[in-house]
Design a protein around this ligand. Structure first.
Ligand code: TXA
Ligand code: MG
Length: 330
């Protein structure tokens, strides 16, 4: 296959070209405020199939449909409850995905046979320009090979998908760095299926009866994506509760393993001198922004073990810990 085209988002002609490729059934990755998405026309089953193949994604894991405006929603979903409009009013455009009853205009493979479709309005100028130019619903899973850390830079998209997709709209690294929050509003109580860029606390303020899905307790919720292996670098990811635990984890550093550390707390010089790579974050939000990029840097440096500091599961810390736990395989 030919090499993947690189589009410059500051050139109008490049956006027009990327939109033409999408309209003709191609696969084009683009930046959003969360992570890069791998866009395809959600009304075209062949295009959708290409995204599943490029990613190596299991076909039972449905995709999120990206729109530029809520005025498009009626074309792709029906029976939209008031709560959905309330969520849109407060959080969209933004890192929130809303699960709604689907219309047949969306290809069946997008929703993996479910009778619902996940809709999102990205809060990203480049994504919005592209979506307006295409003016079709764009299904976009995260633009990484399935199971790998999501791509938060266009270089990471190329690393995973070069030659497998038609193009990537380049641009700046993603600001949030982890994916959108997914809320199912088709259930009696609105249910958070995946935590992400919009926090549970923010949602609670607007929708007091919102509940957090717990796969262990309730397996009735149909979000197949929750079952699959996710976010894993080649290196093994290990959670460390505190710096004092790190200080006692001398077995890691005395071994021959190539180790790395990502967290907020600083380490002693005695430890950092033994690390192949480390980075300190100012707060939980910075940590989330850095996470997937750091994982990929570690892989490129041949790191074997990545130590990640545990943070409190409040605010963005909840989504961050979810990603770190899944990356660690627990
Ligand atoms: O921030 C994001 O959401 C990024 C950017 C590109 O928009 N996209 C993203 O897509 O993370 P993906 O494919 O990596 O994750 C989609 C998630 C999966 O957990 C999937 O199971 C869930 O959304 N999902 C999609 N459609 C669904 C549906 N109809 N019902 C329940 N869950 C759904
Ligand atoms: Mg993904």
């Amino acid at each position: 296959m030919t090499q993947t085209a690189q589009y410059d988002p500051s050139r109008l002609q490049d956006i027009v070209e990327a939109a033409t490729v999408l309209r003709n059934g191609g696969c084009v990755a683009f930046p959003t405020e969360t992570v890069f998405g791998l866009g395809v026309d959600a009304t075209n089953p062949n295009a959708v199939q290409r995204a599943f193949v490029a990613k190596g994604r299991p076909s039972d894991n449905p995709l999120i449909v990206h729109l530029h405006s809520p005025s498009q929603m009626d074309l792709y979903c029906h029976s939209i409850p008031d709560i959905a409009y309330k969520l849109i009013e407060h959080f969209c455009p933004g890192p929130l995905t809303i699960v709604l009853p689907r219309r047949d205009s969306i290809a069946m493979s997008v929703t993996a046979g479910l009778d619902t479709v996940a809709i999102r309005f990205p809060n990203h100028e480049v994504a919005q320009r592209l979506l307006r130019e295409v003016n079709l619903p764009i299904a976009a899973p995260s633009a990484n090979r399935s199971g790998r850390p999501s791509a938060t830079t266009w270089q990471a998209v190329i690393e995973d998908l070069d030659g497998l997709i038609d193009g990537v709209v380049c641009g700046e690294p993603c600001g949030i760095g982890i994916e959108s929050t997914v809320v199912d509003v088709t259930r009696a109580n609105p249910t958070v299926l995946r935590c992400g860029g919009v926090t549970l606390e923010q949602l609670h303020d607007v929708v007091p009866n919102i509940v957090m899905h717990n796969q262990q307790v309730d397996s009735s919720v149909n979000s197949p994506g929750l079952r699959h292996r996710h976010y894993q670098p080649t290196a093994k990811v290990v959670l460390v509760d505190s710096v004092s635990e790190m200080d006692h984890a001398s077995n890691f550093f005395e071994s021959d393993l190539r180790c790395a550390y990502l967290g907020i707390n600083k380490l002693s010089e005695a430890i950092t001198s033994k690390l192949v790579h480390y980075s300190y974050c100012n707060n939980e939000a910075d940590y989330a922004t850095a996470l997937f990029r750091f994982f990929r840097e570690c892989d490129n440096l041949g790191v074997q073990l990545i130590l990640c500091q545990v943070v409190d599961e409040i605010g963005i810390g909840r989504a961050l810990m979810d990603r770190i736990r899944r990356a660690s395989g627990s």
